[in-house]
Design a protein around this ligand. Structure first.
Ligand SMILES: N[C@H](CCC[C@H](N)C(=O)O)C(=O)O
Length: 289
């Protein structure tokens, strides 16, 4: 495509990927020229009518401390510390496209350098097991202004409704609410109010969880900066921790999310959470930059 002056217009290649239906637009920063204004790029490409469509934008970049660096932007343009479904897709992209020589990939994130191991099918990555690190449980680490050593089954007043919450950070903040049924009234009504509640100074991701058994849950998610998503990997990790803290589940669970299943374990040995789930490349395209 040429401009009126006959110059070749720059176009940025992207790849659309998802982890359990949590879909992002990925850009390979090793090869593509990125604009300075990343939040507005995230908003534009995420738009499901006027853009590519996705829950946000994820950049795969060179790193001085790991194989690759991941930067993650929600659909509203806000940058987050970590993305569990995103890191699985970053690992898939890095191995499949030759950015990482081995199927064990170290990824630099704002939540630290995390290590992931990819499983191959016909030479391509299809599932990834991520060491998500240790949960952060003290109120300042979430962060929240709620009191106590840890926030476990703590009541939050939301416009006159009492909500019982357990808060966990996986590098990004999570508010886990165990419910009998994760209805639209709760997810779409309460979710946005909790996301921006005054007790969460940096906002929060909200997980509404039905406990099916001590080893199985069903989760719906209202994400900070993206609204309801079909899966949330850091959220599922927070749910695994919250289930143990509240005595509702065992340390290893299967989590059913709208877009697919994730396997989680909060190790009693080293205190780290491990998440295993799918990573799918859907299509590639070009974005006029
Ligand atoms: N909305 C989140 C980031 C994406 C997390 C989620 N998609 C995941 O898979 O962990 C936040 O602002 O902390």
């Amino acid at each position: 495509m040429t401009t009126p002056t006959g110059c070749e217009a720059k176009r940025m290649r992207f790849t659309k990927m998802h982890g359990a239906g949590n879909d992002y637009v990925y850009v390979n920063g090793f090869s593509e020229q990125l604009p300075d204004e990343l939040p507005s790029l995230a908003r534009a490409v995420s738009d499901r009518r006027f853009g590519v469509g996705g829950d946000g934008l994820i950049l795969i970049l060179p790193s001085d401390t790991a194989d690759v660096r991941m930067r993650m932007f929600n659909a509203d343009g806000s940058e987050a510390e970590m993305c569990g479904n995103g890191i699985r897709c970053v690992v898939k992209y890095a191995y499949d496209h030759g950015l990482a020589p081995q199927p064990v990939v170290r990824v630099e994130t704002l939540a630290g350098v995390l290590t992931a191991e990819a499983a191959l099918h016909d030479g391509k990555v299809d599932r990834v097991r991520v060491d998500m690190g240790e949960p952060r449980l003290s109120p300042p680490q979430i962060p929240t202004t709620l009191g106590g050593e840890q926030v476990i089954n703590t009541t939050i007043d939301v416009d006159g409704r009492s909500v019982e919450a357990t808060c966990v950070s996986m590098g990004n903040p999570h508010c886990v609410v165990f419910v009998d049924s994760a209805t639209d009234d709760l997810v779409l009504g309460l979710g946005p109010k909790l996301e921006k509640h005054a007790v969460f100074p940096e906002g929060v991701n909200v997980e509404f969880v039905e406990v099916l058994s001590p080893t199985e849950v069903r989760q719906r998610t209202w994400e900070r900066g993206s609204g309801e998503t079909w899966a949330c990997g850091t959220g599922a990790s927070a749910v695994c921790v919250a289930g143990v803290l509240t005595g509702r589940t065992e340390r290893r669970i299967l989590n059913h999310l709208i877009g697919g299943d994730l396997e989680l374990e909060w190790s009693a040995g080293d205190g780290r959470v491990r998440m295993t789930g799918p990573a799918v490349e859907v299509f590639s395209g070009e974005w006029p930059s």
